[in-house]
Design a protein around this ligand. Structure first.
Ligand SMILES: [Zn+2]
Length: 254
């Protein structure tokens, strides 16, 4: 960001890696958008490896409390985040998370529940999003539901009124549906600027996740928290490398 942020910066805490996943399942090797797919067998191996290597999978709420509140986290803490709310999360990722007892956060597109992910290049024909009923069933202290706007549009390209509706209406719609607070936001396509960021804060969210890379601790404030994208090509060595080494911040926007 080019101008100084009025938002508070994070507390000192052990490095927290927030991993970014999209679809988990059994796909042919993707030709593009490789960071949007993770083979189910590989996902399972990654989850097993986290336990084996002594990582603690914590909720985004716990990470937020350690970074911006009074909470603490153990060394080697990891948060699992899933963008877009694909049906493949419920079918393929959730059973594995349950098996390991891991919490996660899912960022849902409130206006497209139960529909194809039309914002994808191919119209999302093979990527249905979870229905409202499924989302309601999954929402719990273990599975946090966050907002990923109403329609998954690039927020910096929208006129102010439409932009604020995407940010605010999605929060309200998901809160009405789930009967729970929706405190976390994730920018579609990682697209944001200082105006968007400040509108997300003004809408009443506690924090927002970006597609910038790095440990969560390198966030300049709670509304620009970086993550680590887990890609189709990441074998366990690559996964390990991302977790332990790639903590330095690399901005994607701003
Ligand atoms: Zn998305």
């Amino acid at each position: 960001m080019s101008h100084p942020s009025p938002l508070p910066s994070p507390n000192p805490a052990p490095p927290i890696s927030i991993l970014m996943y999209h679809q988990v399942g059994n796909f042919p090797a993707p030709a593009s958008h490789r960071a949007c797919y993770c083979r189910q067998s590989r996902f399972r191996a990654q989850m097993a490896w986290l336990r084996y290597a002594g990582f603690r999978v914590i909720s985004l709420r716990q990470a937020y409390a350690a970074l911006f509140g009074a909470g603490t986290v153990p060394a080697r803490s990891v948060v699992l985040s899933f963008d877009d709310g694909y049906a493949s999360f419920a079918d393929n990722a959730y059973p594995i998370l349950r098996e390991f007892g891991y919490p996660a956060v899912v960022f849902a597109v409130s206006g497209l529940l139960g529909q194809p992910a039309r914002f994808l290049a191919d119209g999302g024909v093979r990527a249905p999003l979870m229905s409202a009923a499924t989302l309601r069933e999954l929402a719990s202290d273990q599975i946090e539901i966050g907002s990923h706007t109403v329609n998954h549009r690039r927020l910096t390209r929208l006129p102010p009124e439409a932009r604020r509706a995407e940010i605010g209406d999605s929060k309200k719609a998901l809160e009405d549906l789930l009967g729970r607070a929706v405190d976390f936001f994730c920018y579609p396509s990682g697209d944001y600027d200082a105006i968007v960021r400040d509108e997300v804060a003004a809408a009443g969210y506690q924090a927002a996740l970006t597609c910038s890379r790095g440990a969560a601790n390198t966030a300049p404030n709670a509304f620009e928290i970086p993550r680590k994208a887990i890609s189709w090509g990441d074998n366990l060595a690559g996964f390990f490398w991302k977790l332990l080494v790639k903590n330095r911040r690399k901005d994607r926007y701003g």
